[in-house]
Design a protein around this ligand. Structure first.
Ligand SMILES: Cc1cc2nc3c(=O)[nH]c(=O)nc-3n(C[C@H](O)[C@H](O)[C@H](O)COP(=O)(O)OP(=O)(O)OC[C@H]3O[C@@H](n4cnc5c(N)ncnc54)[C@H](O)[C@@H]3O)c2cc1C
Length: 648
């Protein structure tokens, strides 16, 4: 039961922008500038149905509240999963539409598939279906208008970076869109606006016995911090024993597996969690682990109990400095974006103000040029999009939103059929379209429901992974004076509801300028990774997904207000006064599942579930980052390229 006085103090009663909705056409600020040009309705044939996206002012990036997998985006798919869809579907409406290619999934993989297919067949007619009210999949844009200024954030995928070197195709696609990550990273970085602000830790009373903000932490992952470990630890509420053990872990050069070769050590470290490494090899006090527990959340979606010690070595976690491990990857190692596993990778890490949503937007503009203004990678950030032009009868490429594919079936024997029929659910009705072929750039676990006639082994492989649930919460605040007066930029909160809070990355590009002074509005970024330590990684994700889908917006809001108040009130922050809007980017099906050496078998080459799952089936090919079992944009693009080639 919520404490009403506390709620009042936190500002739970305040009417901020958080509960807008689209299909009822209550659309937030920003909608009127959706095009700068008026969405034309003249093209709609008499009697044709008009859907939400065709209506003037439809502009989902400006919506706040529960976004990501928003209400309305998953119900049809879940009904199909539960076997009830066809009981309640009613009769199918045949649109009479035929295409060269239908793509299920309007994320970067689906959009890239359309791009590659049009390159091969410039006259091809393509339909892209996506269950969300916006295109981009995980590459979603959050657009806020605060104090007369537009501030942008990524709702999902953050940056152009990968543990892999970008392939010629993925790199080539970015180049054709005008995106030059290495150059942009240097040119548009505006981080001097935060000059002098430090990183900090917040120790919460529920986990560490007392609320305490410690400013000026030693940086994680082996980077140079602003203070020494002993100075930092002395300010924390951690016990003396725990402090001593953390200092030992961070500084001592000890070989915890003496007498073994580097490969033998790597083998052992790949079979134990980092938590076990700390407790059993380094023999730290159990009070040490809460300090590190959530440090792996952002990359793996589980805590240190679920990540192999070897992968933590690849991320420069402490404890390995005396172990003489040869640099370079090892066969039982996952992808460590910053680790020694991939020394050849291209040295860039570029963040557009709306993250990789800019890639999705640039792809959509390339596919449907009259849906957006502008023509450079710099102006994509402020380009005006007219969603009413995304699905026009006269356009060779159409993007149909809020449309969940529920069936993709060959008309006849898959080996010889000339067509595929795709059925989708939209606004409580069911529709059919036909195409010469289809790319399923949607999530692997959905595909067995779409194509029940796939071989059983392929369906089993498609079901294997469990996508990683994640939450990116974005809080629009009137100013960042509290951060400035405390002298902090980002805060690690290892025990709290959101495990990190920080000022948005400072990037200014084209006509977009990030917040320049502490008096100006800014976005705060907060991350939460629901999981259940102690279970296998896949089970942790399943439990986390259940939690996410059953947590109401109000719970997130109360936790955000409470957390910001506890961390920032000493700097003058007042959650009831300073918060302007909240968006919860909820991703119950987030990152593609990457195999975990603690639980997954060592499959022979070419026999991983993703290898079996992505096999072409007649005129249906499979893309999406799940097909690579790697949650990176370049992988989503590479899989699109492969799928399109398979159909050629
Ligand atoms: C929170 C988060 C942060 C990330 N950060 C990064 C990063 O910084 N850098 C990076 O390289 N990668 C990052 N990733 C990984 C990211 O997933 C990939 O980069 C890439 O965007 C995946 O694209 P995709 O098209 O393969 O999948 P998605 O983006 O998931 O797109 C698939 C689309 O298909 C839709 N779909 C599913 N089933 C159906 C159906 N039956 N009918 C219609 N549509 C359907 C889905 O709803 C979705 O919209 C991040 C992912 C998440 C979740």
């Amino acid at each position: 039961m919520a404490d009403q006085n506390q709620d009042k103090h936190l500002g739970m009663h305040r009417s901020i922008r958080r509960r807008d909705f689209l299909n009822g056409v209550a659309i937030g600020v920003g909608s009127t500038m959706a095009g700068g040009f008026l969405p034309g309705l003249e093209w709609i044939a008499e009697g044709a149905e008009q859907f939400a996206q065709d209506k003037p002012g439809y502009y989902p990036p400006a919506l706040t509240g529960m976004r990501g997998s928003h209400d309305g985006s998953f119900e049809a798919a879940h009904t199909a999963r539960d076997g009830n869809f066809w009981n309640s579907a009613g009769s199918r409406i045949d649109t009479g539409e035929t295409y060269d290619l239908v793509i299920v999934g309007g994320g970067i993989s689906g959009l890239a598939a359309a791009y590659f297919h049009r390159k091969q067949n410039p006259s091809a007619r393509i339909l892209i279906l996506d269950n969300h009210d916006d295109f981009g999949g995980h590459a979603k844009r959050n657009e806020f208008h605060v104090g007369g200024r537009m501030v942008l954030a990524n709702g999902g995928t953050v940056s152009i970076e990968s543990p892999f070197p970008y392939s010629a195709e993925a790199r080539g696609l970015l180049t054709e869109l005008g995106i030059e990550p290495a150059k942009f990273e240097k040119k548009y970085d505006d981080s001097t606006v935060y000059k002098g602000l430090k990183s900090a830790y917040f120790f919460d009373k529920e986990t560490f016995g007392i609320d305490r903000l410690v400013i000026g932490g030693p940086a994680p992952f082996g980077r140079q911090g602003t203070v020494s470990w002993s100075d930092f630890l002395a300010k924390t509420p951690l016990s003396e024993t725990v402090q001593k053990d953390i200092a030992r872990l961070q500084n001592a050069k000890v070989d915890y597996l003496p007498g073994l070769s580097s490969d033998e050590k790597k083998e052992k470290l790949s079979r134990m969690s980092y938590k076990d490494f700390l407790l059993k090899l380094v023999k730290v006090d159990p009070g040490v682990t809460p300090f590190y527990q959530t440090r792996t959340h952002g990359l793996f979606g589980v805590g240190i109990d679920g990540v192999a010690a070897l992968d933590c070595w690849g991320l420069h976690f402490p404890g390995f400095q005396g172990m003489n491990l040869a640099s370079g990857s090892y066969r039982r190692m996952g992808f460590t974006a910053m680790g020694e596993a991939t020394p050849q990778k291209e040295p860039y890490h570029f963040h557009f103000p709306d993250g990789n949503a800019s890639i999705a937007r640039a792809l959509v503009r390339a596919l449907i040029p009259d849906a957006a203004t502008g023509h450079t990678a710099e102006d994509i950030v402020t380009a005006k999009f007219d969603y009413a032009r995304l699905d026009r009868r006269d356009s060779p490429v159409r993007i149909r939103l809020s449309s969940t594919a529920v069936r993709a079936r060959h008309t006849g024997d898959p080996a010889s059929a000339k067509e595929v029929e795709i059925t989708y659910a939209r606004e409580k009705k069911t529709y059919n379209v036909r195409a010469k072929s289809a790319v399923l750039a949607c999530w692997n676990m959905m595909i067995p429901y779409l194509c029940p006639e796939l071989p059983d082994a392929q369906k089993e492989a498609l079901r294997y992974g469990a996508k990683v649930p994640l939450v990116y919460s974005v809080v629009a605040v009137k100013n960042w004076k509290a951060f400035h007066s405390l002298g902090i930029q980002r805060v690690s909160c290892p025990g709290m509801y959101h495990t990190g809070v920080g000022l948005d990355q400072a990037v200014s590009i084209g006509d977009y300028k990030c917040s320049q002074t502490p008096d100006e509005p800014v976005l705060l970024r907060m991350t939460r990774t629901p999981c259940m330590p102690g279970l296998s990684e896949r089970d942790q994700h399943r439990v986390g997904r259940g939690e996410l889908l059953s947590t109401p917006f109000e719970t997130f809001e109360r936790n955000i207000r409470d957390q910001l108040s506890r961390i920032l009130s000493a700097g003058g922050f007042d959650p009831a006064r300073d918060i302007e809007a909240i968006t919860i980017n909820r991703w119950p099906h987030g990152y593609a599942y990457e195999y975990n050496p603690l639980w997954d078998p060592d499959w022979p080459v070419g026999q991983r579930p993703c290898d079996i799952a992505r096999k072409r089936f007649g005129r249906i090919a499979i893309a999406n980052s799940d097909a690579a079992a790697a949650a990176y944009t370049d992988q989503a693009i590479d899989q699109a390229y492969r799928a399109v080639r398979e159909l050629a």
